[in-house]
Design a protein around this ligand. Structure first.
Ligand code: IPE
Ligand code: IPE
Ligand code: MG
Length: 258
């Protein structure tokens, strides 16, 4: 913890929680056992992030492409989500964490959707931290949905195509509600984005670690934050003149069509 300067924290941390299957396989267990342990890691990281005062945490829990995994694994992941939406209720409320979700949520089974929406409603008034779960999420799919929505608005005459710019598009992206990503962490040793927050990660600092997600603990988070704080973010500028150049309104002020 001594490594982290709490006056220079990232405002938005996003995590690709990878390596659950390998964690289980290394122990001769079914992949689903890794997902169960992974869900425990979520609780610790969520608590630590909140305690530090980081306002936004986005977790990649299930990708649009993950639907094509074996049926038994997909069902187990949905069951786990349902269980945790119940078991973590008090944790969210006690810590005043607002729950949010991005992705093609309509593809989730109704039991998961209902629990998700009920907990999102129950925590909507909190502003301590926003925890966003990316579920049935793909960065390309999010951009396609946004472009389609804009195309409809052009077609019905509510906006002029020539006025569309980065701000207009960002406003259509649910993932941008909490602003661009400052620090993107991926566990599990792979060094790729796997269709996560494509727009919001444009100037994110990337932190890759070999640790498998169930092993990623609070000290691993502090280490990642310490590494982040050693970076110089330039946003395409020259040193000493480095304010974000992204043409975006202040965080939290994005109006969303969704
Ligand atoms: C990440 O762990 C969790 C999800 C994608 C749902 P994996 O299940 O991808 O684990 P590995 O990468 O196969 O070890
Ligand atoms: C990314 O991990 C998705 C989640 C962590 C939910 P994957 O394991 O699905 O990604 P790839 O297959 O390694 O690119
Ligand atoms: Mg994986």
């Amino acid at each position: 913890m001594g490594l982290v300067d709490v006056s220079r924290l990232p405002q938005h941390v996003a995590i690709i929680m990878d390596g659950n299957g390998r964690w289980a396989q290394a122990r001769g267990k079914p992949r689903t056992a890794g997902h169960e342990r992974g869900a425990d890691a979520v609780r610790d990281i969520m608590r630590a992030t909140r305690r530090l005062g980081i306002p936004a945490l986005t977790l990649y829990a299930f990708s649009e492409q993950n639907w094509d995994r074996p049926r038994g694994e997909v069902d187990a992941l949905v069951d786990l989500l349902c269980e945790h939406l119940v078991s973590e209720r008090d944790e969210l409320i006690d810590n005043e964490i607002r729950l949010s979700a991005i992705g093609r949520l309509h593809k989730l089974p109704s039991r998961a959707r209902e629990r998700l929406h009920s907990l999102m409603n129950e925590t909507a008034q909190y502003d301590g931290m926003t925890l966003t779960l990316a579920l049935s999420y793909g960065g390309r799919e999010e951009l396609v949905d946004a472009v389609r929505a804009l195309a409809h608005r052009v077609a019905d005459g509510t906006i002029d195509a020539d006025t569309i710019d980065e701000v207009t598009l960002a406003r259509q992206l649910p993932s941008m509600k909490v602003g661009p990503v400052d620090l993107l962490i991926r566990t599990g040793g792979e060094q790729r984005i796997s269709n996560f927050l494509l727009w919001g990660s444009a100037y994110a600092e990337l932190h890759f670690t070999e640790e498998l997600w169930p092993d990623f603990g609070v000290n691993s988070l502090y280490y990642a934050l310490g590494c982040y704080q050693k970076r110089e973010r330039r946003f395409g500028l020259v040193p000493d003149d480095c304010e974000p150049a992204e043409a975006l309104p202040p965080r939290g002020n994005l109006e969303h069509a969704v």
